[in-house]
Design a protein around this ligand. Structure first.
Ligand SMILES: N#Cc1c(-c2ccc3cc[nH]c3c2)n[nH]c1N
Length: 243
């Protein structure tokens, strides 16, 4: 997968060099390039923002540098076009399902907004020649899109083939089956008066699997009833409701 990230703070994306993502890049699973939006400015002050039409606080990111950046990174006519991913408070919620969708793309271009956001015409024009996904991490406000790109890149990269050593963990983790994960334990069996649930030390893998499923259902019902309500038909079987 080829990923291009455009930001006025490219140094914010330095963590993409670390750990799993760094290893994915080193092994060729992932090719990442970070670009400074100011590369595509032409004035002495390398201006990327201006006052908002209609008035209001703050500044808006000018369309011209973004237009030239996207022309350079996604030349008109190049096939297949990349998916443009724009972190924004007004975007669709970023979910594990969306992480899987993005992980299936061959090319992604991330546009990191700042100030009050990017001139809407940048997204409207991009949408005439590439798929555009506006995505939000959650209902809170950040200074810009860079942190969101780091989160999205971690969630996507770990789904790429060969990145995670143990692919089994993908199958059991929270949100993998629309449920939260069961609690996890390791040695010692007793710690500060807290014991590991006996079932997990029984060696009875059938009962352990049942216990984990029950714990996942109980946790999800208690903490994320919305996820339980959203389970696809058939996700719950008769063993899940047996008393
Ligand atoms: N994703 C996301 C965001 C943001 C965000 C993204 C881009 C910009 C550009 C200026 N301000 C921004 C906030 N805030 N909260 C989220 N969940």
């Amino acid at each position: 997968m080829r990923v291009d990230v455009v930001s006025i703070f490219p140094e914010y994306l330095a963590p993409l060099e670390l750990s799993l993502i760094g290893r994915a890049r080193a092994t060729g699973v992932l090719d990442v390039a970070v670009h400074d939006l100011r590369t595509w400015t032409h004035d002495v002050h390398r201006t990327v923002d201006d006052t908002p039409y209609g008035g209001g606080p703050g500044m808006v990111m000018r369309p011209e540098p973004w237009g030239e950046a996207l022309d350079a990174l996604a030349p008109p006519g190049a096939e297949p076009p990349p998916r443009l991913v724009v972190p924004t408070p007004v975007g669709a919620p970023f979910t594990q399902a969306m992480a899987h969708e993005l992980a299936a793309e061959s090319r992604l271009v991330f546009a990191c907004g700042r100030y009050e956001g990017i001139d809407q015409r940048v997204l409207d024009h991009a949408a005439t020649r590439m798929p555009v996904t506006e995505v939000s991490l959650g209902d809170y406000v950040l200074f810009g899109g860079e942190v969101a790109v780091l989160v999205i890149m971690e969630a996507v990269t770990r789904l790429l083939p060969g990145v995670l050593g143990n692919v089994d963990s993908l199958a059991e983790e929270s949100h993998a089956h629309g449920l939260l994960e069961a609690p996890v334990y390791t040695k010692p069996p007793s710690w500060r008066g807290h014991e590991v649930p006996e079932i997990l030390r029984s060696g009875d893998h059938g009962r352990i699997a049942r216990w984990r499923r029950d714990q996942a259902l109980l946790r999800t019902a208690a903490r994320r009833p919305d996820m339980l309500a959203a389970l696809a038909p058939g996700e719950l079987d008769k063993k899940d409701v047996a008393t």
